[in-house]
Design a protein around this ligand. Structure first.
Ligand SMILES: [Zn+2]
Length: 268
């Protein structure tokens, strides 16, 4: 078992990047059981986003729903977002402080009480031993049942790709095997096996095999996004833009609002 790679549970695309490497499927019933989310079985769910606002946009409705269901939800942001501004009077130090404030306010709106912003600069994230170590440390500390992050195989901001790839690599094998980052043992952080990772499927939902109905948390998601004034402008204008484009923005189906994910399951 130790050397067996993780395998995803369902396939939607023949060109799926995991497909050529991993082989097995699990039974549909097993999948349904694994996906049952009730307050009777509280989970620890760790969201890892590239920049402040990405977690809110990618899974803000689901995060609010999971928190309301009694799950422990932690938001980690991999960079401080200190480059995301077109304002000619803005500088990186001020922007970092603003985005920190905005993200913490948005987390509060979603019912997330724990926010970790890693000390990496916007646009400078790299697939390094150090970055993977930051993620391993985080995972060994919080010991999540599920991680939610970017899909590194979609075209998008470099920091998003690096974040998603870093998380997948940190989950398996770095976090699992004690001889990786052995110095973490001095902090009492021992190996942890993460059972599943949800990857943001994007607004088109092209790679999705999991849907969360966020209809009841759609307003909460908008309110969280509205906290990011430095990115989206005045809250009311942002709300109008999202409402006007809500179908393409949120995968609306028959009046229900959805957030979609690609699920990767790991043996534990
Ligand atoms: Zn981003």
């Amino acid at each position: 078992m130790a050397d067996q790679p993780p395998f995803p549970t369902t396939w939607t695309h023949t060109h799926d990047p995991f497909r050529s490497f991993y082989g097995e499927r699990i039974a549909e019933e097993e999948l349904a059981a694994a996906m049952a989310d009730t307050a009777d079985t509280p989970k620890t769910i760790l969201i890892v986003a590239g920049h402040p606002d990405d977690g809110d946009a990618g899974c803000g409705g689901s995060a609010a729903k999971w928190a309301a269901q009694g799950h422990r939800v932690i938001l980690c942001v991999a960079t401080n977002g200190n480059k995301g501004s077109g304002d000619p009077t803005m500088d990186s130090a001020r922007l970092e402080a603003i985005r920190d404030r905005e993200q913490r306010a948005a987390a509060k709106v979603m019912g997330i009480r724990e926010v970790v912003i890693l000390p990496n600069k916007d646009g400078e994230l790299a697939d390094t031993y150090e970055f993977r170590g930051q993620l391993v440390r985080l995972i060994r500390r919080y010991r999540p049942d599920r991680i939610v992050t970017h899909n590194p195989y979609r075209w998008q901001h470099r920091d998003h790709r690096i974040t998603g790839q870093g998380v997948l690599d940190a989950v398996w094998p770095y976090c699992r095997d004690r001889l990786h980052y052995p110095e973490l043992a001095q902090e009492g952080l021992t190996p942890h096996k993460v059972p599943e990772v949800y990857l943001f499927a994007g607004f088109d939902g092209a790679d999705a095999d999991v849907e969360e109905d966020i209809t009841d948390f759609w307003e909460t998601k908008l309110n969280a996004l509205a906290c990011h004034v430095s990115q989206f402008g005045p809250p009311e204008e942002m709300r109008q833009r999202w409402l006007a484009r809500r179908q393409e923005r949120q995968g609306e189906e028959n009046g229900r609002m959805l957030e979609r994910f690609k699920r990767v399951e790991y043996p534990v």
